[in-house]
Design a protein around this ligand. Structure first.
Ligand SMILES: [Ca+2]
Length: 259
């Protein structure tokens, strides 16, 4: 237990459990578009907002078409964001549609956010709101957007801007997204390697060890690797290894079967 207490004392700044647009998992680079018939799409953004745009032309008029902007959820949970949809579908008998969607083991969930139809002339329009949706690790989620017009100007042009974006990213808050985290439920504040594993998790004190030396070796080797990776310094390592050496882990008194 002394060793556990020491490990917890090596505290990193707390990280948010959810991930935003500033995370690797959900930055503009992580998003993709399905493209749009007769036009182009673009994705741009920064840590605060993400702009998902399309522009398409028809022949004579624009038949109904959509594009899907998606990103992969790195963990199960809820994604939430504010959205603003600005479009100009020039000019006559205009439709504009926006959905939020999430794929999962049970198929696709799709929720409509904008259902616009105007039988007469329509100029630029804007809608906005907030939404949330359950997302699933390894499956895409995002928005589906597009529309139509029946006008000889025949273009549709729109941008969906996402802000206040929050999606499941790092359940144990160790700074490694769940999709890359080999060790879930890392103790709060524990220092982890690139796989999201703390020394405690790599050398669990509650596992049955062949003997005390095997446990101490595991801690010493792992602490060495953490020093090499620049995660801890030699003094940290010394404290961790001596705490392991003083512990009862792997000694006959500790319960559990021999390994
Ligand atoms: Ca972890």
């Amino acid at each position: 237990m002394r060793f556990l207490a020491l490990a917890v004392a090596l505290v990193l700044p707390a990280t948010a459990l959810a991930a935003g647009l500033d995370s690797e998992a959900y930055s503009a680079d992580a998003w993709s578009s399905s493209g749009i018939a007769g036009g182009t799409t673009s994705i741009s953004g920064d840590d605060e907002s993400l702009e998902l745009s399309y522009n398409a032309r028809g022949s004579g008029y624009v038949t109904h078409r959509t594009t899907t902007f998606s990103v992969e959820a790195v963990s199960d949970g809820e994604a939430a964001f504010d959205w603003a949809y600005d479009f100009h579908h020039a000019w006559f008998r205009v439709e504009a549609d926006l959905w939020v969607y999430a794929d999962g083991p049970g198929g696709r969930t799709r929720v409509r956010l904008v259902d616009f139809a105007n039988a007469t002339f329509t100029g630029p329009r804007s809608f906005s709101g907030s939404t949330r949706i359950e997302v699933h690790e390894g499956y895409d989620f995002g928005v589906i957007v597009g529309g139509s017009n029946f006008d000889s100007a025949n273009f549709i042009d729109g941008t969906v801007t996402l802000t206040d974006f929050d999606a499941p990213g790092d359940s144990d808050g160790d700074g490694v997204d769940d999709g890359d985290d080999a060790c879930p439920d890392t103790a709060e504040g524990a220092i982890v390697d690139v796989d999201g594993c703390s020394i405690d998790q790599i050398c669990p004190a509650d596992e049955s060890w062949k003997n005390h030396g095997a446990y101490v070796s595991c801690v010493a080797d792992t602490a060495d690797a953490f020093v090499d990776a620049g995660l801890i310094d030699e003094a940290d390592k010394g404290g961790i290894v001596s705490a392991a050496a003083r512990s009862g882990v792997g000694k006959p008194a500790s319960s559990g079967k021999k390994k």
